[in-house]
Design a protein. Structure first.
Lengths: 184, 104
C-alpha cells in the first residue's frame, strides 16, 4: 500500500475513492472493517452473516461512492453505521435470528466452573432479552454500549434528536433491569 | 432500582462477548471489490462543481461570462415586432392622407 494513506482522514480517502482509487478504498476497509463487523455481529449473532453484511456494505460503497456526499457535514463513520444497521435490519426482516449456540465460547476458560456457569447464564439471558427489545431500543444500546459512540453520535446515526435517544436507552435499560433482576 | 443494579447492568452491557471476525476479512472485501467496476451516480450539483473546478478562471471572468449569458438570454427573449414611438407618429401622418382620398 502506498505510503501516506494512514495519514489521510476518511473524507480525503472517500474523495479519492470517488475518483476510482483502489488503494484509498483498501485503506478505508482496513481501517473500519473490525468496527462495523462488531456492530453487525450484535444484530445477527453469527460470524458468517456479520462478515457478509460488512462485505456487502463496503462493496456497495465501492460500486457507488457518489452516495457519500461530503458537503452534508456528516462523518463517514456515522453515515456508514447507518448503512450497516439498515443492512442488518433488512437481514432480520428476511430471517429470524438463530438461537445462541449452547457451545459458543462466551467466557474465559480460566474462570472457575461455577462462576463461569453463572456468567454464561447471565450472558445468554442478556442476549435473549436484548434480542426481544424493540428494534430502535436495541440499536441505541448497541451503538452506545458496544460501539462506544457518544449519545449525540448515536442520535445522528439513528436520525433522531438527543432526548429521543436518551429516552430509548432509558426504556431499554428499565426493561432489561426488570427482566434480569435475579442476576442483578 | 439501586445504583448497584444500575452499575451491574451497565457492566454487563459493556462486557458482552463477541465472536472474533476472520483475520482475512478486510483482505476478502478488498479482493471482492477489485473485480467490480465503479458505477458512479453524479448529482447535477456535483457535476457543475466539477465543471467549474476544471476551468480555473479568475473571478472577473466568471462575472463577465455570466453577464454575457444574461445578455443573450434577455436578447433572445425580447419579441422582434416591437413598435416604437416614431412608428406611431408615422401612422397618424398616413391616416391624414387617406382621409383626403375618401372625400374625393
Amino acid at each position: 500500500m502506498a505510503a501516506g494513506w494512514p495519514e489521510k482522514d476518511d473524507q480525503e480517502l472517500l474523495t479519492l475513492v470517488q475518483k476510482g482509487s483502489r488503494p484509498a478504498f483498501a485503506e478505508l476497509v482496513q481501517r473500519h472493517t473490525e468496527r462495523f463487523y462488531r456492530l453487525a455481529y450484535r444484530y445477527v449473532q453469527s460470524r458468517e452473516t456479520a462478515e457478509d453484511i460488512v462485505q456487502d456494505a463496503f462493496v456497495k460503497l465501492w460500486e457507488d461512492p457518489g452516495k457519500w456526499q461530503p458537503g452534508r457535514n456528516t462523518r463517514f463513520t456515522t453515515w456508514f453505521y447507518r448503512i450497516v444497521v439498515n443492512l442488518c435490519l433488512d437481514w432480520r426482516k428476511r430471517k429470524r435470528p438463530l438461537p445462541l449456540d449452547e457451545e459458543m465460547p462466551l467466557i474465559d476458560e480460566r474462570e472457575k466452573a461455577d462462576e463461569a456457569m453463572i456468567r454464561i447464564e447471565e450472558q445468554k439471558l442478556l442476549e435473549k432479552e436484548i434480542a426481544a427489545l424493540p428494534e430502535r431500543q436495541r440499536t441505541a444500546l448497541n451503538l452506545c454500549f458496544d460501539e462506544g459512540l457518544s449519545n449525540q453520535q448515536a442520535a445522528e446515526v439513528m436520525g433522531m434528536n438527543l432526548k429521543a435517544l436518551q429516552s430509548l436507552i432509558m426504556r431499554a435499560k428499565t426493561t432489561l433491569r426488570e427482566r434480569m433482576k435475579t442476576y442483578l | 432500582m439501586s445504583d448497584g443494579q444500575e452499575d451491574k447492568l451497565d457492566a454487563l452491557l459493556r462486557s458482552r462477548r463477541i465472536e472474533p471476525s476472520s483475520p482475512d476479512l478486510a483482505q476478502r472485501i478488498i479482493l471482492k471489490a477489485q473485480g467490480l467496476p465503479q458505477n458512479q451516480t453524479i448529482s447535477l450539483w456535483r457535476w457543475v462543481r466539477e465543471l467549474f473546478a476544471e476551468f480555473h478562471l479568475p473571478r472577473p471572468a466568471y462575472v463577465f461570462a455570466c453577464t454575457l449569458i444574461l445578455g443573450f438570454v434577455v436578447g433572445f427573449n425580447t419579441p422582434l415586432n416591437t413598435t416604437g414611438v416614431d412608428d406611431l407618429d408615422a401612422d397618424q401622418v398616413q391616416g391624414f392622407l387617406y382621409a383626403d382620398e375618401a372625400m374625393l
